[in-house]
Design a protein around this ligand. Structure first.
Ligand SMILES: C[S@@+](CC[C@H](N)C(=O)[O-])C[C@H]1O[C@@H](n2cnc3c(N)ncnc32)[C@H](O)[C@@H]1O
Length: 269
């Protein structure tokens, strides 16, 4: 039996102690050797691996030369998967607790050369000029007080792909014509397929940081008006988007607002 003085820092017992010291975990990472960080996940199953298995076929298998931004990276599950495909990844998160997990796990995987983590508010992206081939924006939008601001900022930084996921309302219906609505005939707004987003004043699922739940068409409409086109839906509430010149014309309608927020005169975030 190994004792404290002879036990390797990579032994299962030593890893388990680090995992406990760094917990609680939201991402279940499978560390080298098979030890897992959150095998009894409250969302059930192996989270977020079961989501990744749905999404993975939609992401290029060779990401060499790609620069990736993982927004709200948490313990880095997606950052690590994308780095394994060859990408150079910047993972950002506001929470120092999760970033400590991500930094530690990165060393366990030996991915320090390809993945960097930074404590950052998503909106701070407006202060740098970097653009990214792939923006990974999963599980964060609905936690934001200013979700469209973040989406507009990130859409403007997306060179090739955005993987977007948000909490939604039930249903998939789409209202046929949302081009306009008369001021005294606003009942179409009540239709289930009209793009909409419910504001959560207090709490959803016991979590007061869940501020918004859009419906499916609301998600697609917001993505379009941020200058993106939905290419595929790899899974429930998940949208794979590409920048779209036609959709990006909408940006002219709010350019001055964005410019006022970012301080960039041209308003393109
Ligand atoms: C529900 S978790 C999603 C984690 C991961 N993206 C995923 O899909 O599994 C939300 C993450 O976003 C981070 N987050 C929340 N608000 C943020 C903000 N304003 N800027 C950056 N990260 C944020 C949280 O700390 C947390 O790690």
């Amino acid at each position: 039996m190994p004792n404290a003085s002879t036990e390797s820092s990579h032994s299962p017992a030593a890893l388990q102690r680090c995992i406990e010291a760094l917990g609680p975990w939201f991402h279940n990472l499978h560390l080298p050797g098979g030890v897992q960080t959150a095998p009894q996940h409250f969302l059930g199953g192996d989270f977020p691996r079961f989501k990744w298995l749905q999404i993975a076929p939609f992401v290029p298998s060779d990401l060499r030369g790609w620069r990736v931004l993982d927004v709200g990276c948490n313990a880095g599950f997606y950052s690590f998967e994308l780095a394994r495909r060859g990408a150079s990844v910047l993972g950002i998160d506001v929470d120092a607790h999760y970033l400590a997990q991500a930094d530690w796990a990165c060393r366990q995987f030996g991915l320090e050369e390809r993945v960097q983590f930074r404590r950052m508010e998503v909106y701070e992206i407006a202060r740098s000029s970097e653009t990214f081939d792939l923006v990974w924006f999963m599980g964060v939008f609905y936690h934001l007080r200013y979700p469209l601001l973040a989406l507009d900022l990130l859409a403007a930084r997306t060179r090739r792909l955005m993987m977007f996921q948000t909490l939604t309302m039930p249903g998939d219906s789409v209202y046929a014509n949302t081009a306009d609505c008369a001021i005294d005939e606003r009942t179409p707004l009540l239709e289930s397929g009209w793009p909409k987003m419910a504001f959560i004043e207090h709490s959803l699922a016991g979590d007061p940081t869940n501020w918004w739940a859009a419906n499916h068409e609301g998600v697609e409409a917001m993505l379009r008006s941020s200058g993106l086109r939905v290419e595929a839906r790899p899974g429930h509430e998940i949208y794979l988007c590409v920048p779209d010149a036609e959709a990006a014309r909408t940006r002219a309608r709010y350019r001055s607002q964005l410019a006022a927020i970012t301080g960039h005169g041209h308003g393109d975030a």
